[in-house]
Design a protein around this ligand. Structure first.
Ligand code: NAP
Ligand code: MG
Length: 405
């Protein structure tokens, strides 16, 4: 079979530990034999980040801006223990944080659905994607522990001297208070990222806040979404036959549980933090969750939602066999290849991405899986495979699928 050609490079960001091992296996077994893989490679492994004073992360993000599509392996976010382990010059920031700051986007978490790994919610048939706003609110709040009776105020002093003053509370006793904020630019890019992603996935978009109670703050989010929708996306949504709708967060929660899935749920920062963990767990496993950063300018960066699976890596270093699930990393690749294919009108590449996903799902459905899934599957007598043999099984299935056409 002739290898599939790529016209534009995909930005490839390599990473750390067990996921770095899987990365190479995925490329060797599932990609290089079938595609003339055209990537611009950036090594975001911690050693390279340290050697380049983290410039490599910035360069990788700039490349993602240049080419539009990136795929990223999980990376270590250094802490005190890692400083020692890797003899680091500095406690480098989270690569995801750095990349997000440069691309300015929203993170969408997408579960992989497969027969045999059943969601806890019986009605869920299709994935529910959570889009979490990742700036401000309670994550950047200022808090006061109020010691006793007194007045607590919220004061804004404009650079031109304008003053706005609101009483938070006249305290008759001790208590607590909190001030939080968000920014016009951040809320607007959150909205645009959500609408762009809904268009790219051809899925409905739900958005929910508590605007009945928070009449200025949450209302601002609601209004911003509505205005941007009307002005910039309504026509496209109608053309694609997809829907945007806003509802109260309480109503959204109830509807989500009764739904069959297949839509994107945009959440404010705190709601998204909590709800994405709830949805991920309810769909079965963290190892089956992918994540895509979508910038309002239309750049896409795909990755697994899990980390570098450190504990498995140490086993691997000791020469022991591992059974690490590569699904989320494979789907990061297929997502990125499909997007590259769509942008380049490369049908062969899109088809390959579809087949790669199909082969991965079929392998699990045939009862061949890694240990994490074997523990929760409803299939009887699953075969528990090593990291490597799972990928090899997917390759066999993939070859069958590709030759069947
Ligand atoms: P983790 O890598 O997600 O792993 C936590 C545990 O979840 C593992 O020990 C394993 O459980 C299970 N698990 C996760 N992914 C799995 C997979 N693919 N297959 C099978 N089991 C899987 O989180 P962590 O150990 O807390 O973090 C390790 C490193 O990852 C940290 O340095 C952190 O900074 C980094 N991290 C990076 C990203 C990113 O780049 N996006 C995200 C999160 C964390 P068992 O051990 O019980 O088998
Ligand atoms: Mg959380």
């Amino acid at each position: 079979m002739e290898k599939i050609k790529m016209t534009t490079p995909l930005v490839e960001m390599d990473g750390d530990e067990m996921t770095r091992i899987l990365w190479k296996m995925i490329k060797d077994e599932l990609l290089l034999p079938f595609i003339d893989l055209n990537t611009e490679y950036y090594d975001l492994g911690l050693e390279k980040r340290n050697a380049t004073n983290d410039q490599i992360t910035v360069d990788a993000a700039e490349a993602a801006k240049k080419y539009g599509v990136a795929v990223k392996c999980a990376t270590i976010t250094p802490n005190a223990a890692r400083m020692e382990e890797y003899d680091l010059k500095e406690m480098w920031k989270s690569p995801n944080g750095t990349i997000r700051a440069i691309l300015d986007g929203t993170v969408f978490r997408v579960p992989i659905i497969v027969k045999g790994i059943e969601p806890y919610v019986k009605t869920w048939k299709k994935p529910i994607t959570v889009a979490r706003h990742a700036y401000g609110d309670v994550y950047k709040a200022t808090e006061i522990k109020v010691p006793g009776p007194g007045k607590c105020e919220l004061v804004y002093t404009g650079t031109d001297g304008t003053e706005i003053r609101e009483t938070v509370h006249e305290f008759k006793e001790a208590g607590i208070a909190q001030g939080m904020h968000n920014l016009e630019s951040s809320v607007e890019s959150f909205a645009r990222s959500c609408f762009s992603y809904a268009v790219s996935q051809k899925q409905d978009l739900w958005f929910a806040t508590k605007d009945t109670i928070s009449k200025k703050y949450d209302h601002y989010f609601k209004d911003t979404f509505q205005e941007i929708y009307e002005k910039e996306y309504k026509e496209e949504f109608e053309r694609l036959g997809i829907e945007y709708f806003y509802t109260l967060i309480d109503d959204a929660v109830a509807r989500v549980v009764k739904s069959e899935g297949g839509y994107i749920w945009a959440c404010k920062n705190y709601d998204g933090d909590v709800m994405s963990d709830l949805i991920a767990t309810a769909f079965g496993s963290l190892a089956m969750m992918t994540s895509v950063l979508v910038s309002p300018h239309g750049y896409f960066e795909y990755e697994a939602a899990h980390g570098t699976v450190q504990r498995h890596y140490y086993k691997h270093l000791k020469g022991e066999e591992t059974s690490t699930n590569s699904m989320a990393t494979i789907f990061a690749w297929s997502g990125a290849l499909r997007k590259r294919g769509e942008l380049d009108k490369n049908e062969a590449l899109i088809n390959f991405a579809d087949k790669l996903e199909e082969a991965s799902l079929k392998t699990i459905e045939a009862g061949k899986m890694t240990k994490d899934l074997a523990l929760i599957t409803t299939l009887e007598n699953p075969a528990v495979l090593s990291s490597e043999s799972f990928i090899k099984e997917i390759r066999n299935t993939l070859e069958e699928l590709l030759h069947a056409v």
